[in-house]
Design a protein around this ligand. Structure first.
Ligand code: NAD
Length: 493
């Protein structure tokens, strides 16, 4: 069986701990791969490698154009090996192979998009002829790039591509549940010509290898994608050494349907928004807000559609969505279902573990719809990260906006209406980082992604995603130096 290892300073290494973690398929619990389980010694070695390499200047001295070419080579190599990547991603997560293939195609476009970004920098007109003033952008330094398990390589690629373009050194820490594609990426980066010590990889648990990455003074930036609780802990830890943080956290995303919308399209998208990847999507449309006059029609149809969804493992071609990532996560989601029932929500479909033949050994939950929900309910406020849609109703535009904003999160949302003026007003009123109008879910590497409020700090993708990895430096050059003349100088005439 393959043993996944750390990649530190250009060398594959087993952990100083000697421990090994088994990565098991969420579909049937077979051991997919084994991974070395990192400890503090490994993390310190990786940080030292990234720090020394950054200080040496070996990579940041590359021209911007050379780093753009590097990203294009990486994209080409991932494309060449796309099948291997997709199988590995699907193996760890048990997501359908076709979904993993889409994810890898997205990863390739992330590298290609970043390669188009021009080197930033500009002159500043100070209004004095003798002064040349310029803003230059330099790499932020050593970065800790920490990723989740739901889109393992995609979320890491949003960080690695701009970090490389900026000229940073980094340590990638994938989720301990889905490390395979991050390992493949290190092979690809090396083949593409990334110098040893620039890209390092540490495998292991967040508590053991993640925490030291967030407290070491040699780390300049933490870019983290994951849950709110972890994000809070990371921000607190980063405060001690005043690190920069970029946080992509959870969401509780409102999907708002007005009575004049294209109802068929809205319902079909609501099903996808809530149940794609069994709801393990940060932008999942978990809060359906429906205008009261169309409530019954929308909810009846949603329930019918949810009931039809075929669950199954990565090799089941009939399957439309797969299992949850782990037993722990399954129990957390079942806990939210139990809580919603106790809170008085009406269970319309699903609501339990799926144990049909072929699913018994997996972490499957039936697509679930709760009607009669309200914003006081934990099931409406907290991110379950499972296949649960809660339904609330509204009667006015103002009420729809207020409900859509009644959450600590602010990641994404959607509005469905034939009245484009209303769509624009609702979109303007919603405090979320992405708003879809008469659509749900698309994201593009060219467009900024990130959250308002507790959904995060900073942005990934777009031009802003690159700027997280850069420091602005103001260069002031006086071409005609003179005395400052501020303090009295008795020796000067
Ligand atoms: P998680 O917070 O449990 O773990 C994320 C990563 O952080 C893992 O690699 C984990 O090992 C590591 N980690 C855990 N504790 C740590 C610590 N104390 N210090 C440093 N690292 C630590 O999240 P998850 O369960 O892997 O992912 C699901 C969450 O990710 C959901 O909340 C989802 O909304 C969020 N997510 C957000 C986006 C986005 O773009 N906003 C995208 C994908 C996922």
């Amino acid at each position: 069986m393959t043993l996944l290892r750390h990649y530190i300073n250009g060398k594959w290494q087993e952990s100083a701990s000697g421990r090994v973690r088994e990565i098991r398929s969420p579909h049937d619990q077979h051991v997919v791969v084994q991974a070395t389980e990192g400890n503090l010694t490994d993390v310190l070695n990786a940080i030292e490698a990234a720090h020394t390499t950054f200080e040496s200047g070996i990579f940041r001295s590359w021209s911007w154009q050379d780093r753009q070419s590097l990203l294009l080579r990486i994209a080409d190599l991932i494309e060449r090996d796309a099948d291997i990547y997709a199988k590995a991603e699907s193996g760890d997560t048990a997501k359908r192979l076709i979904e993993a293939e889409y994810d890898i195609a997205d990863v390739i476009s992330v590298f290609r998009f970043n390669a188009t970004l021009k080197e930033p920098g500009h002159s500043v007109d100070i209004g004095r002829l003798e002064i040349e003033s310029r803003i230059a952008y330099e790499p932020v330094g050593v970065c800790a790039l920490i990723g989740p398990w739901n889109y393992p390589l995609l979320q890491i690629s949003w960080k690695v591509a701009p970090a490389l373009l900026a000229g940073c050194s980094f340590i990638v820490k994938p989720s301990e549940l889905s490390p395979s594609t991050a390992v493949l990426l290190m092979h690809t980066l090396t083949e593409a010509g990334v110098p040893a010590g620039v890209a390092n990889l540490i495998l292991g648990a967040g508590s053991e290898v993640g925490t030291p990455l967030t407290s070491d003074p040699r780390v300049d930036l933490i870019s983290f994608t994951g849950g709110l609780a972890t994000g809070r802990a990371i921000m607190a830890s980063a405060a001690r050494t005043v690190k920069k943080v970029a946080l992509e956290l959870g969401g509780k995303n409102p999907n708002i349907i007005f009575a004049d919308a294209d109802i068929d399209a809205a319902i079909d998208n609501a099903v996808t928004a809530g149940f794609l990847h069994s709801g393990q999507v940060c932008s999942a449309g978990t809060r359906l807000l429906v205008e009261a006059s169309i409530h019954d029609r929308v909810v009846d149809e949603l329930v019918r559609r949810a009931d039809e969804i075929t669950l199954g493992g990565p090799d089941n071609e009939a399957a439309e969505t797969g299992p949850l990532i782990s037993e722990g996560h399954l129990n957390k989601v079942l806990g939210y279902i139990e809580r919603a029932v106790k809170e008085g929500a009406t269970l319309r479909v699903g609501g339990k573990r799926a144990l049909a033949p072929g699913l018994e050994a997996g972490w499957y939950i039936e697509p679930t719809v709760f009607d009669g929900c309200s914003t006081e309910m934990a099931s409406v406020q907290e991110e379950s990260f499972g296949p649960i849609i809660t339904v609330e109703t509204f009667t006015t535009e103002e009420e729809a906006i207020a409900l859509g904003n009644d959450t600590i999160y602010g990641l994404s949302g959607a509005v469905w209406s034939a009245d484009l003026g209303r769509c624009d007003r609702v979109a303007a009123g919603l405090r979320h980082g992405t708003i879809w109008i008469n659509d749900y879910g698309p994201y593009r590497p060219e467009a900024e992604w990130g959250g308002f409020k507790a959904s995060g700090v900073g942005r990934e993708l777009g031009g802003s995603g690159l700027h997280e990895y850069l420091e602005a430096k103001h260069l002031w050059r006086n071409t005609s130096p003179g005395r400052s003349g501020w303090f009295r100088d008795s020796g000067h005439p």
